[in-house]
Structures are given as structure tokens and as C-alpha cells.
Design a protein around this ligand. Structure first.
Ligand SMILES: [Zn+2]
Length: 746
């Protein structure tokens, strides 16, 4: 995973100069409707406002009840039960009409004038979406029984039929009550598919009556990443029915995912005879990809999966059943006699074609029950099953290939649609990596440019995925989901031409209040994207901090946590001396952003700095740099890797100079790197952090006299993510990055 660094401070400056106070948006519907005209006046709600329904069917009646409940929850106003008979031309009326002229069952029209509100659609989904739009027009402030919504006319319909949101309940498990809360917020933003990732290496989460060990053994793991605590949970079939029913009432299709042939360790723990080796196994306790997968040569594997899928299809009415298909290592199949016999018997070229055989066989079974399969884009390898749809996650190429061969596609590329990635660069709770902020999600275009109009028809839409390796609590799930879900909803619902991030940024302010009122945990935008250390060259003052509309920013310069009693940010800060800046956004509703921090250092360009030599090569440990010729050399002020402007992978650094110590004493140094590094001081090796590894810190102590000490840092980057940092503490210095003001070239 690549960590993408970083937004330039300059952009924060530009944003500051262009951001001006705007009048409050009256209409803040998200996703923005396809067509909307603002009228004159407003419709006033009061306790005698009536609801009339011109369709006496149970579905419309239920929607009328839903509207009454939603209005009550939003405002405290309790309207009388909807009536199927009454004077449609009366005043103070909400008229819900079944309009068969509207062809798309998800489309609707919403007409509001001072006399009445008319909602029309040809199906329940359209009425439901009209209600969501109407609810977003209502005031959010407190309880009030007399309120109004602006006169307007909306003709709205979705751009895509596949508007999905996924949740992984295997890496961490979340209870039914939370799944309902999750579906609530999806439906409120007109998302119509909930992709429920129910089975994986770390846990099997769905009760299967015929195979009770799946949940007895497979829903538990003995610990998580070495914490020593047993962890588990699953949904009974009754609970699953309850969730499906709940979602149906909100026009959300719940699509189950049953992973195969890989990500099967929990299932194999319960039934080891379905593996190539026979076991034994343990439900996964760490993350990643495991080599033990379902045996593709064993007919028992297929009868097991068909039994499981039969129970799954009896529960879930979803047209598509997700069968996973991703990240299936072929190691076991290569040496398994049964798998090899299958390859010969079926005349398959290799193990990739065996995977394709596996998926096609499952597809045939699912098709025979009148359903369709969808799988991650690896199902393209070795040949795509005839009717399969593809979920493109490793970028967009899988989606393009599938669309070009006339297969349906749901786009979900990691670049824009992975909500397990960081939303900011500074102060965020732990995430898997990456950087996918709100604006990036908003910028996503589901139809790849290279497709022609006919091919583009196979793009059913898009969805975002929320994997939960590093997300343990429901609060954290909500934080990762919100507000990015709002950006996604506009990507998949609104016409491409009406999407505008600036406008979205204004409309979202009301939604921060709505989310607060609905009691969701959401990320508040931070006042700064810059992270790490900021250098004040030659003591030039610098302005920064990015204002967030309709909010206050409080900050401190002494490293303490900002509160509403700290300094209020009103104009660009003029900072001219070393400081540890901390800042935080406070919304008017009381919610706050994470605290961002920035170390501000004063450097003298004639004296401070470090010398470096930059090398390129592919190593798996630190090479003897003295035997190599550097590609370039120069001066840096801090260790931030991007300051060396390296190539993406395969490079090394020798960084040398002096550290100035103010007070004598014991100092502890912490060297963190990905990949390997070494740190020497006074010509003695102090820290050896060599080898190809992910981010790892090694520390060591040494006594130092006041004054300058010669230092050398060696570093190499193999491939993938990369970082390098040096911290110290001791003699009155709390643990902190060695500041640029302490580095000298001589
Ligand atoms: Zn096998």
C-alpha cells in the first residue's frame, strides 16, 4: 500500500484566500437532485397537516406511516395517520401519488408550494427517496411543531442502479442493532445495496443449519493480532431475516458475500476435510492472505458450497450472490493430487484455469436457482464465468475488461472507494494505510473514459468498501463511513454534470448537524492537511490553517490540546519562532475534528541541515554504499523522505551531519523505518533497524555531552510503503522528532 504524501501548504493558503462567508444554503439535499427549481414561498407544517395517499396498497400505506414517524423523529410534530380518501385539491396537504407515467421505479417528483406537497412515483422506492429529500429540507434545530420547507420542484432519478456500500463483519463483528443503524444511513442517502461480507479467514459469521461447526468453531478465533483474547460472533438465520426485512422496508437490497475458493480458513477450521492437506487449521488471528483454501479437486467441497449457498439463497432474495473469488493463492493446489487430477481430467491449462473452473461450476449452480454471481476482479483470471458480474477493486482495469466483454460491472477501485483508508494526513485514528479524503471520493467517475457508449452500459454503478482489520468499534466504523458516504451517494446518484465539490462542501454543513442529531460519529474536517515538521526559513513569518465553513478553529502553540478556551483562529497566523502548533475544528453543534499538530522549526540556511547521497538499486538489506556511486547528493533540513525526491521503489540514502545537544545526559533515540535503516552517533553504530520490513521502530540509549555530535543515517527502500524518522528524548526533552534546528552540516 502506498502512502500518498501530502497536500502542499500552499493549497491551504490559496483556500484561505478564496473562502468567504456564504449565506446559509436553504436547500442542502445530498445527493443533489437531477433537476431542481426553487419556487416562491414555503409550505408550513402544523398539527393539522394531512397526508393523503391515492394508492390504497399496503406498500404506500406503510410509506405514509414511515413519513409520519420520520417527521416526528425529526421535529416532534405528530401528524394524523395517512388517509387513502380525501380532497386532493385541499390545502395543508401532503399528497402521495402513484404515477405510472414515471418509468423508473426509483425516480420521483417532489412538488412543494405554499398550499401542498405532492410526491409522485411509480413505485415504493421512488416515494421513499422523495421522502428522504423532503426530510433533508426540514430544520434540524431542536424540537418544533411549526416549521416550513421551501417551495420547490424536483424531478429526480438515479444515474446508476448499483449504489452500494459494503461492510466487513469478519475481521471485526458488529451486532444486528448496528447493522440496522448502518442500513438507515445508507438509505437516507439513497444507497440501495448493502454488501454484507459474511465469511473470511478470521471468522464465519452466518449460521448454516446443515453445517453447525461453521459457527461453533469457525465464528471464533483464539485471539486478534496477539492480544490473547478470544474473539467471535455470528448472525443466526432469524437475525439475518430480520436485517433483510429491515433493509427491504428501506429499499436496500442486502447482498451476501460467501468467500471462495480463498479466504476460507474459518470454514476449513470447522471442516478441514475440505482443504487440500486435511488440516488441522485455526481460524485466522492475523490479517492478510492465507495459503490454505478450499480444495478444488474434492467433490465434497462443491457439495458443501452448494448446500451453504442453498441456505444463503433461501435467506437472501438478492439477484446477485457475491462469491468472493479474490486473493486465492495456488500453492496448495499445485501440490495437491486431487487438484492435479482435476486439472488433467478437465483439460485445464494451470491452476488459474482451475480457479476459473471452480467459479464457473459454482456459477452454474447459482444460475440454476435463478440467481447471478458477482465476484472480485480476480475471477477474470483464467476466463470469466459466462454470466458473472465483476466487482473491480484492483483499480479499474478489471472493470474495463469485463465491460468490453459484455459483463456487468460494479466499480469499486481501491484508489477512490476504500473507506478503510485514511481520510486525513494528520491526527487520524489508525487505518490500514492509503489516503482517500472526502474530495477524492467525490471526484470519482465510475465510467472509465476508455469505454464507448455501448460498453459503458455494462457499468451498473459503484460502491465503497469498508474492511475492518483496524476498525474494532461501531463508532470507528461510523467515523470511516461518514462523511465519505455522502460523497459516494452523489457520485452514484446525481448526474455527472451537476456534481460540484464547492457546492457539495456548502451543502454538507447542514448534514453535519443532521448526522449529529441522528447520533452518528462522523469525521469533522481538520484545519490543516500538512503534517510533520514545518520549517521557518530565516525566520520569515508564515500564514496557515485552513478554515472550515461555519465552524471555529482553536489552536495552541505550546503543544497542549486545543479547547474552546484556547486561542480562536481569526486571521492568518504570523508565527516566527519555534513552536508545536496544535489545532482543531469545532463545529457549531459541538462536534470536533481530530487534533492536528505541526512542529514548527526555525532553521538558519547557512548552518542547519544534513548532507545526503542518494542511490538507486534493488536491495533486501542495506548495501555497502561506499562501493556504489550516488545518483545525486545535496542538502536537506529534515528526514522527510519526500524531501529527497526519490523514485517510487528501490533507492538508498546516506545522510550525515551533526546533532546539537543542548543539555548533557542520557538520550534515547528511536529510529523508525520501512524498509531498513541504521543510525550511528560519534562514529559508533547505535541502532540497527536493517532488513526488508514494514514500519518498525528500534530504540537505544546513549550518554551525550552538550555540543555537536557526528551522526550518520543509512536507509534503503525495497518496494511498497516507505518511511524514515528519528525521534529522541532525554535531559528534559520529551520524546519528539529531532527538530531541524538541531541538525547541522558541520
Ligand atoms: Zn486440492
Amino acid at each position: 500500500m502506498k502512502n500518498i504524501l501530502s497536500l502542499l501548504l500552499l493549497s491551504a493558503l490559496l483556500l484561505f484566500t478564496t473562502a468567504t462567508a456564504k449565506p446559509k444554503q436553504v436547500v442542502s439535499i445530498i445527493p443533489v437532485p437531477a433537476k431542481m427549481e426553487i419556487g416562491k414561498g414555503e409550505f408550513k407544517f402544523n398539527s393539522s397537516t394531512k397526508i393523503l395517499i391515492d394508492d390504497s396498497g399496503a406498500e404506500f400505506q406503510k410509506l405514509g406511516d414511515l413519513l409520519i414517524t420520520a417527521i416526528y423523529n425529526a421535529t416532534g410534530l405528530k401528524l394524523a395517520a395517512p388517509s387513502a380518501h380525501g380532497n386532493k385539491s385541499g390545502d395543508n396537504l401532503i399528497s402521495i401519488q402513484n404515477d405510472k407515467n414515471i418509468s423508473d421505479s426509483e425516480a420521483y417528483s417532489l412538488e412543494i408550494n405554499p398550499k401542498k406537497i405532492t410526491i409522485s412515483a411509480s413505485g415504493g422506492a421512488g416515494i421513499f427517496y422523495a421522502i428522504q429529500s423532503l426530510l433533508q429540507l426540514m430544520p434540524v434545530e431542536g424540537k418544533q411543531k411549526n416549521f416550513s420547507v421551501p417551495a420547490l420542484s424536483i424531478q429526480d432519478s438515479p444515474r446508476f442502479k448499483w449504489r452500494g456500500m459494503h461492510l466487513d463483519v469478519c475481521r471485526h463483528f458488529f451486532p444486528v442493532e448496528f447493522i440496522k443503524k448502518y442500513i438507515d444511513i445508507l438509505a437516507f442517502y439513497k444507497i440501495n445495496r448493502f454488501h454484507w461480507h459474511l465469511t473470511d479467514d478470521q471468522g464465519w459469521r452466518i449460521e448454516i443449519k446443515k453445517y453447525p461447526k461453521l459457527t461453533e468453531a469457525g465464528s471464533w478465533r483464539k485471539e486478534t493480532a496477539g492480544d490473547g483474547k478470544p474473539y467471535g460472533g455470528f448472525y443466526t438465520q432469524e437475525q439475518i431475516k430480520e436485517v433483510i426485512r429491515y433493509a427491504q422496508e428501506r429499499y436496500v437490497t442486502v447482498m451476501p458475500e460467501i468467500e471462495m475458493p480463498g479466504h476460507a480458513l474459518a470454514a476449513l477450521t470447522a471442516y478441514p476435510e475440505l482443504s487440500c492437506t486435511g488440516g488441522s487449521f485455526e481460524t485466522g488471528t492475523t490479517w492478510g492472505v492465507f495459503e490454505d483454501v478450499f480444495c478444488a479437486g474434492n467433490n465434497k467441497t462443491f457439495s458443501f458450497l452448494e448446500d451453504v449457498l442453498t441456505e444463503v439463497m433461501n435467506l437472501f432474495p438478492s439477484e446477485y450472490i457475491h462469491i468472493g473469488g479474490d486473493e486465492c493463492p495456488k500453492e496448495r493446489w499445485k501440490v495437491c493430487p486431487k487438484c492435479q487430477t482435476r486439472i488433467k481430467a478437465e483439460n485445464l491449462k494451470d491452476e488459474f484455469h482451475l480457479q476459473s473452473y471452480f467459479i464457473q461450476r459454482i456459477e452454474k449452480f447459482i444460475n440454476s436457482k435463478g440467481r447471478k454471481i458477482i465476484g472480485w476482479d480476480e475471477i477474470l483470471e483464467g476466463g470469466l464465468a459466462p454470466n458473472a458480474a465483476v466487482m473491480s477493486w484492483r483499480g479499474i482495469d478489471g472493470g474495463i475488461a469485463a465491460a468490453k466483454s459484455n459483463h456487468n460491472v460494479a466499480m469499486s477501485p481501491g484508489t477512490h472507494c476504500y473507506f478503510d483508508h485514511y481520510q486525513g494526513l494528520n491526527g487520524e485514528p489508525k487505518a490500514i494505510g492509503g489516503y482517500t479524503n472526502l474530495e477524492k471520493v467525490y471526484s470519482y467517475e465510475p465510467v472509465p473514459e476508455v469505454l464507448n457508449a455501448d460498453e459503458a452500459k455494462y457499468i451498473m454503478g459503484a460502491q465503497a468498501n469498508l474492511w475492518t482489520e483496524y476498525i474494532e468499534t461501531t463508532d470507528h466504523v461510523e467515523y470511516m463511513l461518514l462523511p465519505r458516504l455522502l460523497a459516494l451517494s452523489e457520485v452514484v446518484w446525481s448526474p455527472k454534470s451537476s456534481r460540484n465539490y464547492e457546492d457539495f462542501s456548502s451543502r454538507i454543513m447542514k448534514h453535519y448537524d443532521i448526522l449529529q442529531k441522528k447520533n452518528y460519529n462522523f469525521r469533522v474536517p481538520t484545519p490543516l492537511d500538512e503534517t510533520g515538521e514545518y520549517l521557518l526559513m530565516n525566520r520569515k513569518p508564515i500564514e496557515f490553517l485552513k478554515p472550515v465553513k461555519e465552524s471555529k478553529i482553536f489552536y495552541t502553540l505550546d503543544g497542549t490540546e486545543p479547547t474552546e478556551k484556547s486561542k480562536l483562529y481569526t486571521s492568518p497566523l504570523k508565527i516566527s519562532k519555534a513552536a508545536l502548533l496544535k489545532a482543531r475544528t469545532f463545529l457549531n453543534n459541538g462536534r470536533t475534528s481530530p487534533t492536528v499538530s505541526l512542529l514548527i522549526s526555525v532553521v538558519d540556511t547557512t548552518k542547519n541541515g544534513l548532507n545526503y547521497k542518494y542511490y538507486e538499486g534493488n536491495w533486501d538489506k542495506l548495501p555497502d554504499f561506499s562501493a556504489l556511486t550516488p545518483v545525486k547528493s545535496g542538502k536537506v533540513y529534515k528526514l522527510s523522505l519526500r524531501d529527497f525526491k526519490p523514485r517510487e521503489d528501490g533507492f538508498g540514502l546516506v545522510i550525515s551531519g551533526f546533532i546539537k545537544i543542548d543539555k548533557p545526559g542520557e538520550y534515547n533515540f528511536y529510529l523508525n523505518s520501512d524498509d531498513g535503516s541504521k543510525f550511528s552517533i560519534d562514529d559508533k553504530l547505535l541502532i540497527d533497524n536493517d532488513g526488508p520490513h514494514s514500519s518498525r521502530t528500534v530504540s537505544a540509549k546513549t550518554g551525550l555531552a552538550a555540543g555537536k555530535h557526528k551522526v550518520e543515517i543509512l536507509f534503503f527502500e525495497g518496494a511498497g510503503s516507505q518511511n524514515l524518522s528519528l525521534e529522541f528524548e532525554g535531559a528534559g526533552v520529551k520524546r519528539m522528532p529531532v527538530p531541524a534546528s538541531a541538525f547541522f552540516r558541520n
